[in-house]
Design a protein around this ligand. Structure first.
Ligand SMILES: Cc1ncc(COP(=O)(O)O)c(C=O)c1O
Length: 402
């Protein structure tokens, strides 16, 4: 049956629903706005070979598992592998049943946020922090407050001052979200001593920490610092990580580690079954064979790209009063223009001129960041990173912010 009259849902929508049009991402000629790892290092054939090897060697098991819905915690083999990886890379002791695989770390964050957040709860984050988590916290009506940072990340003394100030105002913070390795958007890595101090503070105020370790494998200089979860296994730390930045966001595979009761609470918000079993075979097989080789492939590429952007910044922004971070890993540099240079207001014009970036305001729970921007160095080629920064300086001058 066909009918020309459109069915009207207007009076039927649930109270909690809101219009959320699917976003299409527009790409500028020089695209520093994205959050992708280096696309040319995506190991497609490595993963296909791993899948084929798995089907060839364990065909019956694959047929059985693919015919059923995945385990609620996700593929047992990938959880086993993740347990070994966490021990080897982060010295975290957790067995496979203490790990929940999720559709990216975005889902992991979302499940944990829901398990511990009521509307109005005060949640602390870095002063500038990943917009995806900010929007999830907004969805669940958290009252998000950014705590001061410097080029090394959260400042422990300022964190305690923030807690005291908010508590005196009747807004006692409930928990802390932080990205301690190669932070998104600032590119900072929090030193071990600060992590230890922050743990002490969080114990003092009974505030759990949601540690988002999404970028830990992306490191081309310096040393990863011990995870909060490594330094403290009391349960105060919820640990989240992902295969998105290590291999590919399109896989949609991440995970979390949390104490058993909290894990169950978080799982109560899960819709549908465990994550994609097919992707799990590819990830497990590929990483078992080639984790180190893969890291040794993409990290030098990231370094070249970061170096090219840094060179562009020195040559074209040096002496202008701008400052920028010099990351040792991850995907992002953080540009700070002098106070009063509103680069959030001219983002669209600069985009039309050929350079995409995300203004600091996208990462700012406290509403600041107008003179700041996140620049992703991981996506474009080194040449484009250099040339795009030159054009950015030109466009900033044209629009009177430099
Ligand atoms: C800090 C951080 N956490 C989580 C995510 C979500 O990534 P995914 O869901 O692909 O694992 C991102 C993506 O950019 C991120 O930067």
């Amino acid at each position: 049956m066909t009918t020309t009259q459109k069915f009207a849902y207007d009076d039927l929508y649930s109270e909690r629903s809101e219009a959320a049009p699917a976003r299409t991402v527009a790409h500028a000629k020089y695209d520093f706005a994205v959050a992708y790892p280096a696309p040319e290092t995506l190991p497609m054939y490595g993963m296909i070979d791993a899948l084929k090897a798995k089907v060839d060697s364990d065909g019956e098991q694959v047929a059985r598992e693919m015919a059923y819905y995945p385990h609620a915690l996700g593929s047992p083999e990938l959880r086993e592998y993740t347990s070994e990886k966490l021990k080897a890379d982060r010295d975290i002791d957790v067995d496979a049943d203490g790990i929940v695989l999720t559709a990216g770390s975005g889902e992991a964050n979302g499940l944990l946020i829901q398990a511990i957040t009521n509307p109005g709860d005060v949640v602390l984050t870095e002063q500038f922090v990943y917009g995806g988590t900010l929007s999830q916290l907004g969805k669940f009506k958290a009252d998000v407050v950014g705590s001061p940072v410097d080029e090394q990340g959260l400042i422990p003394g300022a964190l305690e001052d923030t807690i005291k100030r908010l508590t005196a105002d009747g807004r006692r913070p409930k928990w802390l979200y932080t990205i301690p390795e190669s932070q998104n958007p600032m590119g900072s890595t929090l030193p071990e001593a600060r992590r230890r101090e922050i743990l002490e503070i969080c114990h003092r105020y009974s505030m759990p920490i949601l540690e988002d370790d999404c970028y830990v494998d992306l490191r081309f200089e310096g040393e990863a610092q011990p995870a909060f979860r490594t330094l403290d296994d009391s349960g105060i730390v919820m640990y989240v990580a992902s295969f998105s930045k290590l291999i590919a966001p399109g896989l949609r595979m991440g995970y979390f580690v949390a104490p058993p009761e909290l894990m169950e609470r978080a799982l109560s918000f899960k819709l549908g079954s465990g994550p994609n079993q097919f992707a799990a075979y590819a990830i497990t097989g590929f990483l078992k064979e080639g984790l180190q080789r893969h890291r040794d492939t993409f990290n030098p590429v990231l370094k070249q790209k970061s170096d090219a952007m840094q060179k562009g910044l020195s040559e074209h922004f040096g002496g202008s009063g701008a400052t920028w971070s010099k990351p040792q890993g991850g995907c992002y540099a953080w540009l700070t223009m002098p106070e009063g240079a509103d680069i959030s207001a001219i983002r669209d014009e600069v985009f039309d001129g050929g350079v995409g970036y995300l203004a600091g305001t996208n990462f700012a729970p406290n509403g600041d960041g107008q003179n700041m921007a996140r620049l992703c160095f991981a996506f474009e080629t080194p040449e484009k990173n250099f040339d795009g920064i030159a054009l950015l300086a030109q466009l900033f001058r044209k629009h009177g912010v430099m």
